[in-house]
Every structure is written in structure tokens, then in C-alpha cells.
Design a protein around this ligand. Structure first.
Ligand SMILES: Nc1nc2c(c(=O)[nH]1)N=C([C@H](O)[C@H](O)COP(=O)(O)OP(=O)(O)OP(=O)(O)O)CN2
Ligand SMILES: [Zn+2]
Length: 118
């Protein structure tokens, strides 16, 4: 079974590696949505894989580093694309949670899914 918990945060960024004239080179912000997906067996007594609250506790220190910050200044996010943000979250949670995917949405129509490879 796979379960997930979604988190939101507001942050500013710019993309330093885009071609000259690209709109994303300019400072702008997003209401980010991050989903943390975990997999495991459903325990017969609890009826759940794990408490959603435990996923929230694990993500909280990351939320504290991201919410209302300029992402380019966060260590490890100097080039804060969705892809790099998803990998950044994965690397900081994989020792604590049985992750299956991290999804990041920057806008209503754009995002990425990271499953620990690449
Ligand atoms: N592969 C990626 N491409 C882009 C990323 C990214 O992280 N990975 N990021 C951006 C920008 O951050 C941009 O703000 C969001 O992208 P975009 O879909 O272009 O957003 P818009 O809302 O401006 O889309 P429009 O439909 O053109 O209005 C760009 N690319
Ligand atoms: Zn952007």
C-alpha cells in the first residue's frame, strides 16, 4: 500500500542556469505543493501503513527551511528547479521514512515525480 501526505509552502526562487532572457531567471515565487509518498504493509490492528502525523513530523524540519525563504539561499538548492527540490527532499527523508516518491508542484500545471533514481 502507498500512502501520501501533502504539504504546501510559499517560497521565492530564480533559476540561474536558464538561457538568457528566460522568464525564470527573474526572481519570482510559487505556492509549492510537495507530496511525500511512503509504502508498506497495512498493519491489521491499526489499519494503516503509518500515521500521517509521523510523515508530518518528519517533514516539519524541511518545511521550516523552505517556507517563506529564497530557495537559492538554502544549502543544496542553489539551482532550485522542481527536480532538484524533489531530490533534496528525498535525500533528507529517506533515512526516516520508507519513501516511494516525492512529488513537487510549482504551479497548477507543472511539477515532477522523483522515485529515488537520477
Ligand atoms: N523541468 C523544469 N522546467 C521548468 C522548471 C522546473 O523546475 N523544471 N521551472 C520553471 C519555472 O520555475 C516556472 O516558474 C514554472 O514553469 P511554467 O510551467 O513555465 O510556469 P507558468 O505558470 O509561467 O506557465 P505558463 O503556462 O507559461 O504561464 C520553468 N520550467
Ligand atoms: Zn519558478
Amino acid at each position: 500500500m502507498e500512502i501520501y501526505r501533502e504539504f504546501t509552502f510559499e517560497a521565492a526562487h530564480r533559476l540561474p542556469q536558464v538561457p538568457e532572457g528566460h522568464k525564470c531567471a527573474r526572481l519570482h515565487g510559487h505556492s509549492y505543493r510537495v507530496q511525500v509518498h511512503v509504502v508498506g504493509a497495512v498493519y491489521p490492528t491499526s489499519g494503516w501503513v503509518m500515521d500521517f502525523g509521523d510523515i508530518k513530523k518528519a517533514f516539519q524540519p524541511l518545511h521550516d527551511q523552505l517556507d517563506h525563504y529564497y530557495l537559492n539561499e538554502v544549502p543544496g538548492l542553489e539551482n532550485p528547479t522542481s527536480e532538484n527540490l524533489a531530490r533534496w527532499v528525498w535525500q533528507r527523508l529517506i533515512d526516516q521514512l520508507p519513501l516511494s516518491a516525492i512529488t513537487v508542484r510549482e504551479t497548477c500545471t507543472s511539477g515532477c515525480v522523483y522515485r529515488g533514481q537520477g
